[in-house]
Design a protein around this ligand. Sequence first.
Ligand code: PLP
Length: 396
Amino acid sequence: MTAPNQNYAKLNDSYLFYNISKKVAAYNSAHPDKHLYRLGIGDVSLPLPEVVIKALHEAVDDQAEKQTFHGYMPECGAPFLRKAIAAHYNKRGIHIEENEVFVSSGASDELGDILDLFDKRNTALIMEPAYPAYVDANIMAGRKIIRLPSGIENGFLPEPPQNTQADIIYICSPNNPTGAVFDREKLQKWVDFANKNGSVIIFDAAYEAFIEDSALPRSIFEIEGARTCAIEICSLSKTAGFTGTRLGYTIIPKELKRHNMSFNDMWVRNRTTKTNGVSYIIQKGAAAVFTPEGEEQIKANIGVYKNNAKMIMNALDKVGIWYTGGKNSPYVWMKVPDNFDSWGFFDYLLNEAGIIGTPGAGFGGCGEGFFRFSAFGDPEDTKEAAKRLTGLVYSD
Ligand code: PLP
């Protein structure tokens, strides 16, 4: 009889968003006329920038004519898009070559697939609270997971642990769910740690476009030594509203080698075996993001989300609640008042103010006692939710 992958039996039920939707459905059926203020979603609410829509339309038309039609695309990405992405780094003084850029269908896909490059015996170090896919993808692969908790005491930015054999190290900066961002000095410590121990960092830069403080690194390749120890995974989902359109990119430097094997060469081999590339139409739409017009238009959209974050932060400032994130990130991570746990606070906000957020307990053990607000919602709803937040009572 076929033996299934037994590691799947070790996965915890992914109950976070399921539980939220069950609670929201129950609230809706009890209060059908009440409007809900959705600050829980990690999905964008603004449509694609005009410049992207135009490029998508043109690409569809290309597919209608024999002369401009495209069949299979190169597995690692269309040269025009690899070039545009490399230029996006080069412009900021970061040396990335076109053949170090791999176009993907999104960061989630890539975060799972990239694990093909690592031996099953490697350990995976995951800083918690964490985006749940890191843990689950490694459990599915049968890897040992080392959880590194973080908290208020280190600003949710933990330092490398001493005497720990961490082979694959996940860093998400700006972080989902905490919104915390590593500065150069703190990131340098991780790069030095990885180089010293022969570890590989998987740097999730899905929210890099939200960094407004120019002193903060938007790419791990701004850090000395990162080319010999890091892979960067990025996405246009939050940068340019591609959550439903799907496009991401991964950077693997030529210098990244272990046991004389090049991760860049291995990934070329992997992609040419396991994919037939990303759709021509979507890659054309993505290339428009990196034009001057595209950059201006995504900046305007990000500005709307930033303003939402500001409204949430102002409300928390007014009521004197501790939070991190928000400034260089679309997430605001607040400390739950002492008389609640994070699910209790979820219920309180929903029932008293019609506000939906995300309980921190869903992001790993040390997320308990915290709560995530997302700035991706509708601005009018966020404004009203912020007003309602200031009117609530937070202690007995
Ligand atoms: N990484 C982080 C930290 C995320 O929060 C998300 C999505 O919310 C992703 C990756 C996945 O992005 P994509 O839409 O490109 O799959």
